[in-house]
Ligand binder design. Structure first.
Ligand SMILES: Cc1ncc(COP(=O)(O)O)c(C=O)c1O
Length: 402
């Protein structure tokens, strides 16, 4: 069973909300239409009303009375046509064309169809996959830089560690997974962007236990992205969203609701990210990044990885930062507990992760960090990582044969 039906209903309503009209293609199943009322919280909260027109168009009308209307209200009814495979495929393509995001999905591998597609409309996963409805999946990423995968093996090792902790078996052995990932990038022809991949306990049923899932699944997608992240300093806040317990924080599983809520809380407060404190009140991490500091006595300081995700970028920073010791920019590197007070009194604070590389923090809550400007160590570490991505050793740069 594919996730397409939910997807299409969502699509239709999403398209309808901006007061736009569009015609549905008429098909042979015109007569077989399902009528049902949506009882979903999200829809009843939506301030819109969807009306069918005789011309088979749907129009969204702003209507604040939607929330209060009775479930039996005729306007609450939404006709869903029963579609043929061809019609579903057509609509998926129309959806992709009408909803072009700024993300370009270049290729996807799925162990379900056992191959790679470059058609974004076909990049779907089964709805009864336990990763979809129970969050029983793990994931990871790797940057694609100038036709090379950066730290692929390090990210792959973490993916397999996470899978083992989440009791997810492997659909293929490690080297086959690695080859599939490289082949997917190759098929995409993408030379700059990112590769994201998931190991799931697989499709099966809608039960809680995964015992009905016959075979684990692997999915991977290539997303094009030409530019490097900027190095502008940002503001962070202390997150009020509870962080995951160490057992779940150290594995990269798909349960990122706390992370997403923490990021949204930060954005609602005009900040870039929320900083989590651990159960003892020490600095932990951000929602998808690690945190580091430069102390007044020129020490690069990072929290231990025992209660947080072991960031591949942060670990690489720890290696490359040795160069800054030899150049006299810093005097040492220390992994350990960092109190909030120590963090706020630091000369520099930075966020580290594959998405942002190294991002200086200029303000934490109300506290200005250092002199309130982007610091030299954050800049030097950013440059070292970018240099490593572009010309580092073979251990961190896997060439993609296009
Ligand atoms: C919770 C969390 N911490 C830290 C990181 C940074 O890890 P990496 O440098 O491997 O991207 C991530 C990455 O997504 C993350 O999700």
């Amino acid at each position: 069973m594919a996730s397409s039906l939910t997807f299409l209903c969502e699509t239709t309503l999403k398209n309808a909300f901006p007061s736009r009209s569009f015609a549905f293609p008429s098909g042979s199943h015109e007569a077989q239409r399902l009528s049902f009322g949506f009882h979903g919280v999200a829809l009843r909260r939506a301030k819109a009303e969807v009306k069918w027109r005789s011309s088979r168009e749907v129009r969204a009308v702003e209507n604040s009375s939607w929330a209060g209307s009775a479930d039996t209200d005729i306007n609450n009814l939404f006709d869903a046509p029963v579609l043929s495979n061809t019609e579903v495929a057509e609509r998926l393509r129309t959806y992709q064309e009408q909803n072009q995001s700024n993300q370009h999905y270049m290729a996807m591998f799925s162990s379900i169809f056992g191959g790679i597609t470059t058609d974004p409309a076909a990049m779907v996963i089964p709805m009864d996959d336990h990763m979809v409805h129970r969050g029983h999946g793990v994931f990871d990423t790797a940057a694609i830089m100038d036709g090379h995968l950066y730290e692929l093996d390090q990210h792959l090792d973490r993916l397999l560690r996470s899978a083992s902790m989440a009791k997810i078996g492997l659909p293929f052995d490690r080297s086959t997974i690695r080859n599939i990932l490289i082949n997917t990038v190759s098929a995409s022809k993408c030379t700059r962007g990112s590769l994201r991949y998931w190991l799931s306990v697989g499709p099966g049923d809608f039960q809680l236990s995964s015992s009905g899932c016959a075979k684990p699944a692997l999915y991977a997608i290539v997303i094009e992205g030409r530019s490097l992240p900027d190095q502008k300093g940002v503001r962070v806040i202390t997150s009020s969203i509870p962080m995951k317990s160490p057992e779940f924080a150290i594995m990269k599983n798909v349960n990122y609701l706390p992370n997403a809520l923490s990021k949204m809380e930060a954005e609602e407060n005009g900040a870039f990210a929320g900083i989590w404190l651990d159960n003892e009140g020490y600095v932990a991490e951000g929602p998808n990044m690690n945190v580091a500091f430069v102390t007044a006595d020129k020490e690069l300081m990072m929290p231990h990885f025992d209660k947080i995700l072991s960031g591949c970028t942060a670990k690489r920073v720890l290696v490359l930062a040795e160069k800054l010791i030899s150049e006299g920019m810093i005097d040492g590197i220390r992994l350990g507990n960092v109190s909030v007070e120590q963090g706020k009194m630091a000369d520099e604070m930075m966020l580290i992760g594959s998405g942002i590389i190294v991002k200086p923090v200029l303000q934490w809550d109300k506290h200005i960090i250092g002199d309130g400007k982007e610091g030299p160590v954050a800049k030097a570490l950013f440059d070292l990582i970018v240099e490593d991505m572009q010309s580092g050793p073979a251990s961190v740069r896997v060439p993609v044969p296009y």
